[in-house]
Ligand binder design. Structure first.
Ligand code: SAM
Length: 490
């Protein structure tokens, strides 16, 4: 490949001068055109970007993927030759035509610019084309979910497995102590585009390695492994799109990655991935997926479940195949495969692993909206599982109620006592738990200053309950509330 670094550096300077960032594009488009674009409709966005400023021209060319007049680029002070020399566009008569999709990335906190991601031109539904087998996909809901899940602790040494357009690595580079990012992919074209993303994002020294799964990094250990893997479960022998299908049977790619984590991580190192998993007749999904992990603390969260028909439709729509002559046959093949495997549903979720001597594991369904970015507090979520296992009310142990808890009381109007008390988190995972009087009282007084046994004795006295019973009740219910983040050791 010709050396694109110099022209890419000039393009990066032009992008920065034009202020080509997510915030600026969002403001330029406004809510209506932005909303339409989220539905893959570009007409309102074209109307909003007709003014000829550098930002409008770059948005048209690289976000909306339409040609622009070379003369308009000149007039706006943008050098079309640099865009061509960098491999991002090509001349087409009096116009310049995009060859690649280039999108700015917002930092995961939503408060700043993170860099750029270069990917293949987006294939829009209704365009009459489907992605090529080696299509390199740009950012989407899944990549954003993973970027927001990734732990915020400083790290020296990161692996982005299945880097694609390089989006995860771009998000990570300013969180890295002087160290190294390794980005791997089985698709050589993905590595080429990721290298362009890194150059446009001002990132030096990223190690790019071609190969499948852990093959290119065998024997090495990392502080952090992130992967938005090719998790789509497709009929066997039907590896049609490298960006989403691994060619391994069922959910094996994710299983293998999770199983290999302990030998790939430094002590206390994290592996975080998105995954799909099968729900198979007669086996609880938690049991199946739980059996994937060993040697690590694990937090496995199911965010959604689809039935086989919804799943086949989702991915046929993703590859713009709805309405094609093959649609029904592919749909049928997908359903037939799931039926033969006894698949009743497919779970979508997050997996966070932390290498640990004494693994604490939590596998759960979590459907509610949660505070983002989860990565800002994911360490304390994992700590909570371990703390729950070590918890005891004795020996002067102290607890603190989580910040932002509220108490809800439910019951008939005018009734003296509530029928039900609910503690609700107003931050982080926003969990709710039905509790008894003892836990509710504790939540009101636990600020970490007074030992728990003294608080429990005081609650027993105030409520007229037996002190031993109050203590035994607390021993029984507090571990779950600690694991769920309602209380933490002070
Ligand atoms: C869903 S894309 C994720 C891209 C990007 N990391 C993101 O977060 O959006 C999955 C990536 O995994 C790559 N891939 C597919 N099979 C692989 C394999 N066996 N080993 C490593 N990477 C693979 C694909 O080429 C693709 O770039």
């Amino acid at each position: 490949m010709r050396d694109l670094r110099e022209p890419l550096r000039r393009v990066r300077a032009a992008f920065e001068d034009a202020g080509y960032t997510v915030g600026a594009v969002r403001e330029l488009l406004g809510p209506v055109a932005g909303g339409a674009l989220a539905r893959d409709e570009i007409v309102p966005a074209l109307r909003a970007t007709g003014g000829g400023s550098p930002l409008e021209l770059l948005t048209r060319l690289f976000w909306l993927q339409v040609p622009v007049d070379a003369a308009a680029l000149d007039a706006a002070g943008l050098d079309g030759r640099d865009l061509v020399a960098a491999g991002l566009a090509e001349p087409s008569g009096a116009q310049v035509r995009p060859l690649l999709h280039v999108e700015p990335l917002e930092s995961v906190s939503g408060e700043g610019h993170a860099g750029y991601a270069v990917s293949d031109l987006k294939v829009r539904p209704g365009s009459g084309t489907v992605p090529a087998p080696g299509h390199v996909v740009g950012t989407g809901g899944a990549s954003g979910n993973l970027a927001r899940l990734v732990v915020h602790r400083p790290v020296d040494n990161v692996l982005d497995l299945g880097t694609g357009c390089g989006v995860q690595a771009v998000h990570l580079h300013d969180r890295l102590r002087p160290g190294r990012i390794t980005a791997t992919d089985v698709n050589p074209r993905a590595l080429e585009l990721a290298a362009m993303s890194f150059e446009l994002s001002g990132m030096d020294g990223v190690e790019l390695l071609e190969g499948s799964l852990l093959e290119p990094v065998r024997g090495r250990r990392f502080d952090l492994i992130v992967s938005n893997p090719p998790f789509v479960v497709a009929p066997p022998g039907d590896r049609r799109f490298t960006y989403r299908e691994s060619g391994l049977p069922g959910d094996d790619f994710c299983r293998r990655l999770v199983g290999a984590a302990p030998e790939m991580l430094e002590d206390g190192g994290y592996c975080q991935l998105l995954a799909n998993w099968l729900h198979v007749e007669g086996v609880p999904w938690e049991e199946r997926v739980g059996a994937w992990t060993a040697g690590c603390d694990a937090w496995i969260v199911q965010r959604d479940v689809q039935d086989p028909a919804e799943y086949a439709e989702l991915w046929l729509r993703d590859s713009c195949e709805a309405g094609t002559p093959e649609y029904r046959a592919r749909y049928d093949a997908w359903l037939g495969h799931f039926e033969r495997q006894g698949v009743t549903g497919i779970g979508f979720g997050w997996i966070t692993l932390r290498r640990s001597e004494r693994p604490a594991v939590r596998i759960e369904e979590l459907r509610q909206a949660v505070d983002q970015p989860v990565g800002a507090y994911v360490e304390s979520i994992l700590d909570g599982f371990g703390n729950a296992e070590k918890f005891s009310t004795g020996c002067g142990s102290r607890l603190r109620a989580a910040a932002g808890l509220v108490q809800e009381q439910h019951g008939a109007p005018g009734a003296e006592d509530p029928e039900r008390i609910v503690l609700r988190q107003t931050a982080r995972l926003r969990r709710a738990a039905g509790v008894g009087t003892v836990e509710a009282a504790l939540a009101g007084v636990c600020d970490g200053t007074v030992p728990l046994d003294r608080l429990l004795a005081a609650i027993a006295q105030l409520t007229g309950m037996d002190a031993d019973q109050v203590r035994a009740h607390a021993e029984a219910v507090l571990p779950e509330l600690i694991a769920d983040g309602f209380f933490e050791p002070a």
